[in-house]
Write a protein that binds this ligand. Structure first.
Ligand SMILES: [Zn+2]
Length: 428
């Protein structure tokens, strides 16, 4: 019984709408379930010689997973094995396969596409997607991992500005070593991003030089040669990896992290002062504590009311003037980072050094040392303006993925999600 295909499909096949298949039977089975039996429409070609086969060898029934059609459905494929009648072909018989259900597949391509779309485009958790589609967690995760493997190779992306940043993908764990002592495990990952487009190029384990170094070592020389600037956090490990594998690229250090170093010095001074002067930690009654966030704000973003409160803090809660000095140093660092020429930057650095010398505090001395150690990278930042902002944005996305998944135990699954989400965002 052959029916014409195409626009002449029967009603059930049109409703079911799985290409290359026709519905041959549909029935209710006990327990409010429905079963649909399908058969492939196009006569298959032999996988060895390509000659179209006409003689059926045998039939067997195979359950395949498919998208829900008006609710969950049990799909059975009445799968045929065919003879190859080409006498020069060594292949005796072969099982049929289709574009929707390739050889050895147990689920349709359209189901996998829907699962990946639910997880990546709609940002749903793998477990929730699995429940909604009535399939196993493994099937969803495998579909996501397979899709990630099909992403365009990094080598095909021309990258001029690279960003490297670290993030922790789960909370710190403690475990017992063989000697019985407790050891600390910090699950870190480093993200490598094209900072021009924001595309995540790679994710490597750890935050040392080894992971990033190995990733860079795996890239061809021509790909590495096109990288002009790399933006990193002030991390000596990343710098080491870059000096080894990308010796000709300029390294820029990220503004955000430098501003944070200034803010950290400011906070350390504030905490030391309250300990020295009051012998306790800061409280709401201390103006410096009550305005601790205001102290970290950039001066250029302060409202008149903010200025007034800040002046009150320095008048009433800063007998040694050290808090004011730390604030001035932090502001001078911000001004330095906003300069647009090397001459201006050097001038701003001289002034910063002068402020720090006069202030004579251990916290700001440490800040000065860091600035001096990273000065070549700061110069690159000022000249090129390449920052890690896109990498930070990628990390925010990554953290959202982690929240949706309520944490990840398997770093590979996590990696696949990150790469796919980044690619999907770029495509959109
Ligand atoms: Zn053949």
């Amino acid at each position: 019984m052959f029916e014409p295909t195409g626009s002449q499909r029967d009603a059930a096949s049109t409703i079911f709408n799985l290409s290359d298949y026709r519905v041959i039977n549909a029935l209710d089975v006990p327990g409010h379930a429905r079963r649909v039996e399908v058969e492939s429409t196009s006569p298959p070609g032999c996988p060895a010689c390509g000659v179209i086969s006409v003689r059926v060898h045998s039939r067997r029934r195979q359950r395949i997973r498919d998208v829900p059609v008006a609710g969950a459905l049990e799909v059975v494929w009445c799968k045929r094995r065919w003879f190859c009648d080409e006498w020069r072909c060594g292949r005796g018989t072969f099982a049929e396969s289709t574009l929707q259900v390739p050889t050895r597949a147990r689920s349709t391509v359209r189901l996998r596409a829907q699962l990946v779309a639910a997880v990546i485009d709609s940002g749903r958790a793998v477990s929730e997607t699995a429940r909604a589609h009535g399939v196993s967690w493994w099937l969803v995760q495998t579909a996501v991992t397979t899709a990630a493997l099909l992403l365009p190779a990094v080598g095909a992306v021309a990258v001029k500005h690279l960003g490297v940043d670290e993030h922790r993908y789960r909370s710190v764990r403690f475990y017992r070593t063989q000697t019985g002592a407790w050891a600390r495990y910090e699950p870190w990952m480093s993200t490598i991003v094209d900072v021009t487009t924001g595309q995540v190029l790679g994710i490597v384990d750890g935050r040392g030089s080894a992971g990033v170094g190995a990733w860079l070592a795996a890239r061809p020389a021509a790909w590495l040669a096109q990288v002009e600037v790399v933006a990193i956090d002030p991390s000596a490990a990343f710098r080491k990896a870059l000096r080894t594998h990308l010796p000709f690229a300029a390294v820029s250090v990220d503004t955000f992290h430098l501003v944070k170093l200034g803010n950290d010095a400011m906070t350390a001074v504030r905490q030391r002062l309250v300990r020295e002067q009051k012998g306790r930690r800061g409280r709401l009654v201390d103006p410096a504590w009550a305005n601790r966030r205001l102290l970290l704000r950039g001066a250029d973003t302060l409202s008149p009311g903010g200025w007034a409160r800040l002046e009150k803090v320095f008048r009433h809660d800063d007998p040694t003037d050290e808090l004011g000095a730390a604030w001035g140093i932090k502001e001078q660092l911000r001004r330095l980072l906003k300069t647009s020429s090397l001459a201006d930057a050097h001038e701003a650095k001289m002034l910063l050094g002068h402020y720090i010398q006069v202030a004579d505090m251990p916290e700001t001395d440490r800040l000065w040392n860091t600035i001096c150690v990273w000065w070549p990278e700061i110069e690159v930042l000022i000249v090129t303006g390449v920052t890690n902002a896109r990498t930070e944005a990628a990390n925010t996305t990554i953290k959202n993925i982690k929240r949706t998944g309520r944490g990840f135990r398997n770093a590979d699954n996590y990696r696949a999600r990150i790469l796919l989400t980044s690619a999907a965002k770029r495509a959109a």
